[in-house]
Structures are given as structure tokens and as C-alpha cells.
Ligand binder design. Sequence first.
Ligand SMILES: NC(=O)c1ccc[n+]([C@@H]2O[C@H](COP(=O)([O-])OP(=O)(O)OC[C@H]3O[C@@H](n4cnc5c(N)ncnc54)[C@H](O)[C@@H]3O)[C@@H](O)[C@H]2O)c1
Length: 328
Amino acid sequence: MEKVLITGAAGFLGSHLCDKFIKEGFQVIGMDNFITGDKKNISHLLDNPLFQFIEHDVTEFIKIEGELDYILHFASPASPIDYLKIPIQTLKVGSLGTHNLLGLAKAKNARLLIASTSEVYGDPLVHPQTEEYYGNVNTIGPRGVYDEAKRFQESITMAYHRFHGLETRIVRIFNTYGPRMRLNDGRVIPAFMGQALRGEDLTVFGDGMQTRSFCYVSDQVDGIYKLLFSDYSNPVNIGNPHEITIKDFAEEIIKLTGTDQKITYKELPKDDPLQRQPDITLAKKLLGWEPKVGREEGMLKTFNYFKSLTKDELYKSEHKDFSKHIRK
Ligand SMILES: NC(=O)c1ccc[n+]([C@@H]2O[C@H](COP(=O)([O-])OP(=O)(O)OC[C@H]3O[C@@H](n4cnc5c(N)ncnc54)[C@H](O)[C@@H]3O)[C@@H](O)[C@H]2O)c1
């Protein structure tokens, strides 16, 4: 039986990847330090004989007994308010964490897939973004800690591939959504859904004319799975190219939730990208992959998840407490 290590297993994408690999008959080791993740996301797997969980910070040396066939590195804060609050941890997990995992992959002769991001394109001057675009990133801006960690992660991964002949894959993930996102992680979908469920007005930053494209989690997981088993080692965009303005999206959420909230406008945060849309020509050609889940269907599934949260979870307004992870 093949064995896969998934870092960031208690997070949104990591937990869905654990489900997928278990469903496909792999033995899965999940690793996480819970800095932005939640035990609840993997609680249904803890008694599964195919699943083993290790609580560990991947920026520290990683030791795994026995053989390992694949590693998926998904540990990293991923939402802007998370990485603004823990900027050094974000830089470390993309750099030191990736270096540790590359070393482990080399020692075990395992194939490593890293989670990169559309943020490597920064505030793009090219639209939609193909994999050839080098990006427009402000290294010292507030988002630089995430963007540059991910860019470094890609560079060191390619260096191990070229210098050591390591089998590597790089997925550039565009905005993905679905059940198990954190309600108060600051990303637009949980933010709008939380506001709708609490009967609050929906907050749009700027004039709402900035665009986003949203990929449902099952499509994202299928794309990542196909990429891992392809023989392509350069980066591949996985996302949903269907673009919408934030203002139109807020109106869609109001319609979906059957509420009559208004939209209120606030100042746009610094370096917030105005447009983000993947060009997925390469993924289509290489992997025969394209998203299948429409926005209406995906949003409904996501809304039903948020609706199932307890009142306490819905009204818990404070952001995640990072204090125990921060060394003074
Ligand atoms: N969700 C998206 O739309 C999106 C978009 C682009 C890229 N990504 C990438 O996908 C990955 C997962 O994102 P997500 O949305 O699931 O975020 P998430 O915050 O839900 O999950 C990240 C997980 O990594 C864990 N983690 C962070 N630092 C760690 C460390 N040092 N050691 C061990 N575990 C650690 C967290 O506790 C958490 O469980 C990230 O690498 C992110 O950059 C996600």
C-alpha cells in the first residue's frame, strides 16, 4: 500500500486531500501544528486505520519511520489576516518548512508536491495569468511575507528537482472555497456567509469592481491529484476561470441566502489585487482537467456547511489566537 504524508492536514485543503487519498486507498500520515487549522477538520479520520496523525511544526526537523511514496506540502497560513498576524511563521513555513520536506523527500525517494499560489503573480499586469507570467509582487508590502515565501518555495523546489533529480510537482492554487473554511479567516466567502447568517450587512472593500474567480474544493482536489500523478514538474495553475466582480458576488450571496441585507463599502486594503483569473489551458491539455462544479452548486454546499455551525461558532468574532505559537 502506498504511503503519503500531507502537511497542513488539519486545514481546509489539507483535510480534503486526506479524505481523497484515503478514499483512493492510500495510507495517509497527516501532519499539522494547528496554528491556523482545526482538529475538527480531521476528527472523522482519527479512528480510520488508513490514517495517522502527527502534531508537528514542519519548520522543525521532520522524522518519519519507514517508507514514504509521496509528500504534499500544504502547511502554511493562507488568508491575508492570518499571514499579516504571523508574518515570520509564514516566511518560515514556506522556506525552512519546504527545505525540511525536500530533505525528507530526498531521503525517502518520495515525490513531493508543493502548494503554491496565484499570489506568486502579485497584483498581475497580465490578465488572465498563464504560468509563463513572472508576476508583479511588492517584496516589502504587507502581502510580501506570503508571496515571497511561496516564490522561494517554488525556486528551492526546482533547485532540488534540477540538482538532485528529485521528483517534484508545483500547483499554483487560485481562490478555492468549500466546507471547512474558517468563518473568521477574513476571506471573502466565509466573511459574506457569516455576515448573511448573522443578519449583518455585507462589507465590500473598495468599489467592489475588483474581480475574483472561485474554485470549488472538490475540483481543486481533483486537479491536485491529477497533477501529482502526471510527469510534469513545472508549475501548473489550478482554479476556476469564471470571473465575477466582488459587488456582483455580494448580490449573489444575498440572493442565495434569501436575506435582505445591504452592501456597505470600506477602503480597499493595501496591495489587494484588482484582478485574479487563472488561465487553465495548460491544466486542460496536460491533465485533462477542468472545474465541474458551478458557483451556484458550490456556494449552496458551502452555505449549508456554515449554516450547520453552532451559534457560538457563528458569533465568535475574535480571530484565531496565535499566542501559543509565537516565541517572544
Ligand atoms: N485556500 C485557498 O484558496 C488557497 C489558495 C492558494 C494557495 N493555497 C495554499 O494551500 C495550502 C493550504 O491552504 P488552506 O486554505 O487549507 O489554509 P489553512 O490555514 O486552512 O490550512 C493550513 C494548515 O497548515 C497548518 N500549518 C501552518 N503552519 C504550519 C507549520 N509550521 N507546521 C505544521 N502545520 C502548519 C495550519 O495549522 C493549517 O492547518 C497553503 O499552503 C496555502 O498557501 C490555498
